[in-house]
Design a protein around this ligand. Structure first.
Ligand code: GSH
Length: 265
């Protein structure tokens, strides 16, 4: 069976989980412990980041490389169009989502964590000592490494990321006004990248992720709850209900969290 080395809370891992579910591939999730658990990843794949896919003796790191491998190896329900123009558009949009949406979403999340202690507590990985949960800056780097960032991100960087995210979501809403998916009339890699990498902006509602219930359907205030972006989140909700497989068992994770996440404008 396919094995996905992942962090449940990783948006690049979520992009891959969406693709695996869309293709109807069975896989086993292997949760990597931030810090110490990444040593095994380095041994296995030569780098420390998740997601990493293991298919028998084949090991692939990086969500884009994994998507390309899956489409080649498991060609049913292709996610990369064959037509050259559509293929090019799909790959450009995917890279844009990975680079810009993904990085700005992380910054928005860090901003929200700085503003709201219950949100910070809910987002930090299980095992983070309580003493570290009070101030973002007092959490050791390992606990933040699951986000792929350091601590101490400045307010200007966070504000710029929020503005960029709003701009990008508005642009996506324009595309989705006229068509069901971003590139063709079927979901492609671009759709899964955008859907996965907006996870931190608004966590999907429903039993898809093993995260505290308090986070489900919640997101960055001013973005997740803004009517302007309703078409985008409605589109993403449909993608989830059509293709993402809910967790097999009842979510037993616990934790308290906010009903909204406040960010100062
Ligand atoms: N380009 C990579 C990015 C993966 C990435 O940033 N992973 C983060 C989790 S979302 C990670 O493993 N961070 C831990 C670290 O950098 O040590 C991909 O597309 O898979």
């Amino acid at each position: 069976m396919l094995e996905l080395y992942q962090f449940e809370m990783s948006h690049y891992s979520e992009k891959v989980r969406l693709i695996l579910d869309y293709k109807g591939l069975e896989y086993r999730k292997i949760e990597v412990t931030p810090g110490i658990g990444q040593l095994e990843l380095v041994r296995m794949s030569g780098q420390r980041q998740v997601p990493v896919l293991k298919d028998g003796s084949v090991v692939i790191a990086d969500s884009t490389a994994i998507a390309e491998y899956l489409d080649k190896q498991y060609p049913d329900k292709p996610i990369i169009p064959g037509d050259p123009k559509l293929r090019g558009l799909c790959l450009i949009l995917e890279q844009w989502a990975d680079e810009l949406i993904g990085l700005n979403a992380r910054k928005c999340l860090v901003g929200a964590m700085g503003q709201d202690q219950s949100f910070r507590t809910a987002v930090l990985p299980a095992g983070t000592p309580d003493i570290f949960k009070t101030f973002v800056g007092s959490v050791p780097g390992d606990f933040f490494s699951f986000l792929g960032i350091g601590v101490g991100m400045g307010p200007d960087a966070i504000k710029a990321a929020q503005a960029a995210m709003k701009h990008d979501l508005a642009s996506l809403c324009f595309i989705l006004m006229k068509q069901p998916y971003l590139i063709t009339d079927q979901p492609t890699l671009a759709d899964f990248a955008v859907a996965g990498l907006t996870m931190y902006v608004k966590f999907p509602a429903g039993n898809y992720l093993n995260i505290p219930d308090a986070l489900k359907g919640k997101g960055i205030s001013g973005i997740a709850d803004a009517g302007t972006f309703y078409p985008f989140f409605t589109w993403r909700d449909k993608l989830y209900s059509d293709y993402r497989k809910p967790l097999a068992t009842t979510n037993t994770s616990t934790g308290s969290g906010p009903t909204s996440i406040n960010i100062e404008d």
